[in-house]
Structures are given as structure tokens and as C-alpha cells.
Design a protein around this ligand. Structure first.
Ligand SMILES: Nc1ncnc2c1ncn2[C@@H]1O[C@H](COP(=O)(O)OP(=O)(O)OP(=O)(O)O)[C@@H](O)[C@H]1O
Length: 706
């Protein structure tokens, strides 16, 4: 568990050389309490006691600095950023305080890099996060229509997960306690060791320097200490057994020297931080969180949730928690896929005649059985545990048995491709269709219009290899194949050929609703008509236990007949009766329901919220907070609750009432699709599809002019 010293990181007053940790411990314990981590709570409480005693004991021996008030550290305006700052405690002066956001962002090891560097490094496009539902533009998941990236800060908010930069020069093999910003790390502290400082480049670092050595890949935040039993049982001054196994903490902390006060950080009566370094403020502001928002005591929990969410799901910095949606198919590595895909290639193991297209029954199980057998047998052999020769003088090393992981991967390969081949025709769609024209591009790949002798279809090419969640591929195909409804896009076939996966579906010649809302002003009746159709589709899905999870105008397709259909089941999820709620974060930030943003369990009601946001799109042309960075948008969704229109007179009162009902903050109070179908805004609509045909035509005309 990575724990953050949220809002009350340990304050060290280097003048008094005391750690004023009492109130801060409480904060830490509060966080643990609120997350029901009782075990870690107990352990942390013990650890904090131990640490407090040990550190303050040691520090109290020092007397070289003059005292000052706990919340007040004088500023040294002569601070030279290029200078390497250090104290004997390894505490970077400018890292003494961190705002909640900075603390949270820094709590992941992989983000433990210079914030300055982060801010300066433009994200490498290839490194942009590609995680389910939270990547934008043309990458994976919940993509935003590229035409709508009017968000100026947009790109700069994607800080790819990077490995921490090289640690600063330090004495090799030194056993140490590191106190760097909000982190206190122990590295093989043994009896008699003294605590040494680690040089941290102050320039652009601000307490987020790596404090690690390459040997330690795990987060070494203060809370990791809580997991270490040797600390739990340790009492100050106790005798420790010698030797490396005795991991004692009988280290002495030498006195600070040459201490300079860089920043005067305090906490005002209102609980707000004062005197934060400008660079910190800049970072937070660049993320769109204003200074005032950072310090709103009542919203600190919200900010914490949102930053955690942003960090783990968008920046993808955290280790993913075990998720129900992570299955063995996700254990596939790129290499594994390449192996299997090359094996499955019809050119190598299937003669062209061995697979025939049969639309009534996509699966030829006999042939697939051979195929899967072949695939499984070709899975790379399980690597044997490396042999290690041990001599008497060397430290013993126990090899880790990795064979289980390899077995899992093999099974994952087999299962995924087995399922996929059952769902697909093993044929090249490019041989069946002609006149391929690209008509769209989403997170999972390009979408083409093509035709055979009988009809025009849309063909979506799904990039299996880079897809973040193989289960979702299967689910998308299964869902489209299984469920047919007037307001759900009609699935035709899936093709799997030479490692390419294609899905063919009915072609909607009116394109997507996003283009319509950006190009046309919609009337009450047109909005009501579209709501009615989309709600009908949503209701059908919900009744079948499916949450779409990515309802937005980009995923609503229309045609010149005036039909309205939900598409893109790339993030849909099944709600089983025994399961009820889900907690995986997928979707697109601006359309996300507060319960998703707040990392709570959620159910079908999140689609209702997204429908409400879509109504705002139809009135304003864009969803709320579209000009904000995703992080701030998430924060505002969680903090502000039900958003409002920018165009005040854009919708009639009945329509507004419908919209507000969809955007009810508490999902328990938010009506279901079934209930909303009885709302007057829906029942009053008597028009047929012709009502939206002018919108399709105008949009086409405007797009042609572009
Ligand atoms: N059946 C279709 N008929 C016409 N156009 C389509 C069809 N399917 C998709 N498109 C076009 O392609 C775009 C991308 O399609 P889709 O949303 O299914 O892809 P995706 O990769 O899942 O995208 P994302 O997850 O980013 O929304 C749509 O917004 C739409 O413009």
C-alpha cells in the first residue's frame, strides 16, 4: 500500500530540530481509518510512535540551530536553485512542506522525479498512457474527438509514467535513513549505522527527487516502514542483534549543519498553506488546481480522491489494484502475442480453403480446435529456474520460481485466442470488401467504410497488440453480437486474420452526434428525440446487465433515415446479479459520473449521468469543463456536483428538469433508465426520425466545407 501524507506531511522545523508530528500522525491515522486499513493502522501507529521517539530523541541532542515557531520557517531569499542543498538528515529544505497535491503526486515511486523536469518535458506521444478508458485523442480508451481538443493544456497534462531519474551521487552501499520531502526511507539500516544525507539537486526537484537506489524498486514512503516488522517491535535504545538480519534502527542522527531556510511555509488559521515555493504553485496551477482550491479544507478529501484517480488511472503511476476486470488474458505480453499471432496466421497453418465464410455460424469449431491446439503447443517453453552455484562464502540466494507466471501466460494465450477465434471468421475482410475509406479513428483503431456486392458496412480495425485490456475486446464483440436493438449499432461479423482483428457493423451515414452538436444548434424536440432514442438503447443494455460506461456524443451514431444508435462497446461491462456494483475506472473524464471520479462502487446509473452530460453537449456544443485540464475537470465534477448549461435558454424547463434528474449527484437518488422513460420530456416526443435529418444534412455540408 502506498500511503500519502496527505495534507499534513510531517513538518520538520530545522530550527528547533523537532519533528512536530503529533497532529500529523493523527492525519495519517485518519487516512488509514477512512480506508479501513485496520492492520496497517495499528502497524503505522506503532511505527510512528517508534519513529517519533527515535528521531526526536536524536534530534534533540543537537543544539546548533536557533529555535523558531513550528509553523514558521524563515525565508532565505538568497536561495540559489542550482546549489545542492542538503542537511545531515537528508532533508531537502525546500521539500519540508508539500501541498496535498504535490504529496499525492509524489507518492508513487515512478513519479518520484523532478517536478521541474516533468513540467519541462513534453510528453512523448508514444509514451502517452494507454490505459483503459482514460487516454485521450487517438490512443486507448474513451478517446476524445480530436476535433474537440480545444483544451489548450490538454497535451501537457499527460505526463507519461517514467522511470525515476538516476539518483543523485551518493556513497555506495551506505546504509541510511533518508528524509526527503515527505519521504522517509530506510535502506538496510544496521546496528551502529549513522544516518547520512543524500544530495538532492534542488533545482527543479522540490522534494520529489528519487531517494532510492537502483536496488529498491518499491515505494519507500514513510508508510512502507509500517510494514516492516523490525520497526514495529523496536524500542528506542534497545539492543539489537548484530548482523544483516538484525535490521535494527539503532542509528544515530547527526546534527544538521549549514542549515539554510529557503521557504517560509506556514498554515494559516483557515488551514490554508502559506508561502509555498513558487514552483510548487506553478505545478499545481499548471494542473489547473488553483491555490485557493488546494487549500479549501472542506475539499481536501475530494482533491485527494481526484488526484489519486488521476495519478493511478490517467498517469498510470500506481500499481494497479487487483481488478475484477484483469484476467489472465491481460497477462499477455507483446512478445507472447507476437508468438501466438504468428502461429495463428492462416497463411502458415491454414490453407485458404480451410476456412470458409459462413455468416450464419461464425465458428468452425473443428478447425478452431486444431488451431488452438497448434497455438498452445507453440507457446514458448516454460523457462527453468536459473541455476545458481553457491559457494560457502557467498551470500545464499534463493531462486524465485517464475514457472507459474509462464504457465499463466501460456494459459492466457490459449484462452484469449481460443475465445477470439470462436467469435471470428478467420478470413481477411479486405478480400471480402472493397472501396475502403477511413471514416473515423478511435482509441482502438481506425474505422473504415467499405462495401461488398450487397451492402455498405463500417469496419473497425481493433489493434489487439496495444489494447490495454484483452477482455474488453472479447466483451465488445460478444455484446454487439448478442444484443440487437433499434438503438444499438448492428453487429455483422468479426474477422481475425494475420493478427488483425476487424469488426464489421452497419454503416451509419450520418456520422456521430459529436459532429452534429459542434456544427448545429439543436431544438428542444430534436434534443428530446435523441434523448428518447439513446435512453431506449441504454435501458435495453441495462436490462441485459450491461453498463456501456462511455456514453458520449462521439459514440452516438445517426443516419439519414433519422436513426440514432449507441455504438462503441469497447468499455462496456457486465453486471452480474451476484456482483451488483463495479469499481474499475473507465470512461472519458468529462462525461464521468462523480461516483466514478470519487472511486466508489458504481452501477448502471453512471450511464444516466453521462446522458445528462450529453444533453449539455447538445445545448452548449461541448460538455462542462471542456476547457479545463482533465485533472481539474475531475476535481470540479467531484466538487461541484451537478453542472449547468452555459447557454441559459438552450432548453425548455421540462428538458432542464430531465437533464437535472440525469445529473443527480447521488446515484441512489438518480433515476434509472426505466424511470426516465416515463418523464414528460421523453413521453411528449411524437416526432419520427425526420426531425433530425436536417441536422445530419447541415453537419455534412459544414464538414464538406472544412
Ligand atoms: N458504424 C459506423 N458507421 C459510421 N461511422 C462509424 C461507425 N462506427 C464508428 N464510426 C466512426 O468512427 C469513430 C470511431 O469509432 P468508435 O468510437 O467505435 O472507435 P473507438 O476506437 O472505439 O473510439 P473511442 O473508444 O475513442 O470512442 C466514430 O466516432 C464514428 O465517427
Amino acid at each position: 500500500m502506498t500511503l500519502c501524507l496527505y495534507s499534513k506531511c510531517i513538518e520538520m522545523d530545522t530550527n528547533q530540530q523537532t519533528i512536530n508530528s503529533k497532529a500529523k500522525e493523527e492525519s495519517i491515522l485518519d487516512i488509514l481509518r477512512s480506508t479501513n486499513k485496520q492492520n496497517e493502522l495499528d502497524t503505522t501507529a506503532n511505527t510512528l510512535d517508534t519513529m517519533k521517539l527515535e528521531i526526536s530523541d536524536t534530534l534533540s541532542e543537537s543544539s546548533s540551530c536557533e529555535g523558531s515557531s513550528t509553523n514558521s520557517i524563515p525565508i532565505d531569499h538568497s536561495f540559489n536553485e542550482d546549489e545542492v542543498k542538503e542537511t545531515e538528515c537528508g532533508m531537502n529544505k525546500e521539500s519540508v512542506y508539500q501541498s496535498p497535491l504535490a504529496v499525492l503526486l509524489s507518492s508513487s515511486e515512478s513519479f518520484n522525479r523532478s517536478l521541474g523536469e516533468c513540467a519541462n518535458d513534453l510528453p512523448d506521444e508514444q509514451n502517452l498512457p494507454k490505459k483503459s478508458g482514460l487516454v485521450y485523442g487517438d490512443n486507448h480508451g474513451g478517446g476524445i474527438n480530436p476535433n474537440r481538443t480545444n483544451n489548450k493544456n490538454f497535451e501537457s497534462t499527460f505526463l507519461p509514467s517514467r522511470s525515476a531519474p538516476k539518483p543523485p551521487v551518493e556513497e555506495k552501499n551506505k546504509k541510511k535513513i533518508l528524509l526527503s520531502g515527505n519521504k522517509l526511507s530506510l535502506n538496510k539500516i544496521e546496528r551502529g549505522d549513522s544516518i547520512h544525507s543524500v544530495k538532492t539537486r534542488s533545482k527543479k526537484c522540490y522534494g520529489l527527487n528519487p531517494i532510492d537506489t537502483k536496488s529498491d524498486k518499491k515505494s519507500r514512503s514513510i508508510f512502507n516502514l509500517a510494514k516492516r516488522p523490525f520497526l514495529k517491535s523496536k524500542s528506542v535504545g534497545s539492543n539489537m542483534s548484530s548482523g544483516s538480519s538484525s535490521r535494527s534502527i539503532s542509528a544515530s542522527i547527526s546534527t544538521p549543519y549549514d542549515a539554510k531556510h529557503i521557504h517560509h511555509v506556514g498554515v494559516s488559521d483557515s488551514g490554508a498553506y502559506t508561502g509555498l515555493p513558487a514552483e510548487w504553485k506553478n505545478l499545481l496551477i499548471s494542473q489547473g488546481i488553483t491555490a485557493q482550491e488546494q487549500n479549501e479544507t472542506e475539499n481536501k478529501q475530494t482533491l485527494q480522491n481526484v488526484v489519486e484517480f488521476y495519478k493511478s488511472e490517467i498517469l498510470n503511476l500506481n500499481d494497479k489494484p487487483a481488478s475484477k476486470e484483469r484476467s489472465i488474458s491481460n497477462l499477455l505480453s507483446d512478445d507472447d502475442e507476437t508468438d501466438v499471432l504468428s502461429v495463428i496466421s492462416p497463411e502458415t497453418i491454414l490453407s485458404k480453403d480451410s476456412v470458409k465464410v459462413d455468416n450464419s455460424d461464425l465458428v468452425d469449431n473443428t478447425k478452431n480446435a486444431d488451431l488452438i491446439e497448434k497455438m498452445s503447443s507453440e507457446v514458448p517453453p516454460i523457462p527453468k529456474a536459473p541455476k545458481i552455484s553457491l559457494n560457502d562464502n557467498a551470500e545464499t540466494a534463493k531462486p524465485r520460481d517464475i514457472s507459474r507466471r509462464a504457465v499463466n501466460k501460456s494459459a492466457a494465450n490459449k484462452e484469449f485466442f481460443n475465445s477470439l477465434s470462436k467469435l471470428c471468421i478467420l478470413e481477411d475482410p479486405k478480400r471480402l470488401y472493397k472501396n475502403f475509406t477511413e471514416i473515423g479513428h478511435g482509441a482502438s483503431g481506425a474505422v473504415f467504410k467499405a462495401d461488398d456486392n450487397t451492402e455498405t458496412v463500417a469496419l473497425k480495425k481493433i489493434n489487439i497488440k496495444s489494447h490495454p485490456n484483452k477482455d474488453l475486446i472479447l466483451l465488445e464483440i460478444e455484446t454487439m453480437k448478442k444484443y440487437t436493438h433499434d438503438n444499438v449499432i448492428e453487429f455483422k461479423n468479426a474477422f481475425f486474420f494475420t493478427s488483425e482483428l476487424w469488426v464489421s457493423m452497419e454503416f451509419m451515414d450520418g456520422g456521430n452526434l459529436a459532429d452534429v452538436v459542434m456544427n448545429c444548434v439543436l431544438s428542444n424536440n430534436q434534443i428530446g428525440f435523441i434523448c428518447k432514442k439513446v435512453l431506449g438503447g441504454i435501458n435495453f443494455l441495462h436490462k441485459n446487465g450491461i453498463i456501456h460506461r462511455d456514453i458520449k456524443s462521439d459514440n452516438i451514431l445517426i443516419n439519414e433515415k433519422g436513426e440514432v444508435k449507441i455504438s462503441d462497446f469497447g468499455f462496456c461491462a457486465l453486471i452480474r446479479e451476484d456482483q451488483g456494483k463495479r469499481n474499475t475506472m473507465v470512461g472519458t473524464p468529462y462525461w464521468m459520473a462523480p461516483e466514478v471520479v470519487n472511486r466508489q462502487n458504481y452501477d448502471q446509473k453512471i450511464d444516466i449521468w453521462s446522458l445528462g452530460i450529453m444533453i449539455i453537449e447538445m445545448v452548449d456544443g461541448e460538455p462542462p469543463y471542456m476547457n479545463e485540464t482533465p485533472l481539474r475537470a475531475l476535481y470540479l465534477i467531484a466538487k461541484n456536483g451537478t453542472p449547468d448549461f452555459q447557454t441559459k435558454d438552450g432548453l425548455c424547463e421540462v428538458g432542464k428538469d430531465f437533464m437535472y434528474k440525469c445529473l443527480t449527484y447521488d446515484p441512489q437518488d438518480r433515476p434509472s433508465a426505466d424511470e426516465l422513460l416515463t418523464h414528460r420530456f421523453i413521453t411528449d416526443i411524437n416526432s419520427d426520425g425526420s426531425i433530425i435529418v436536417p441536422l445530419v444534412k447541415l453537419t455534412k455540408m459544414k464538414k464538406d466545407q472544412e
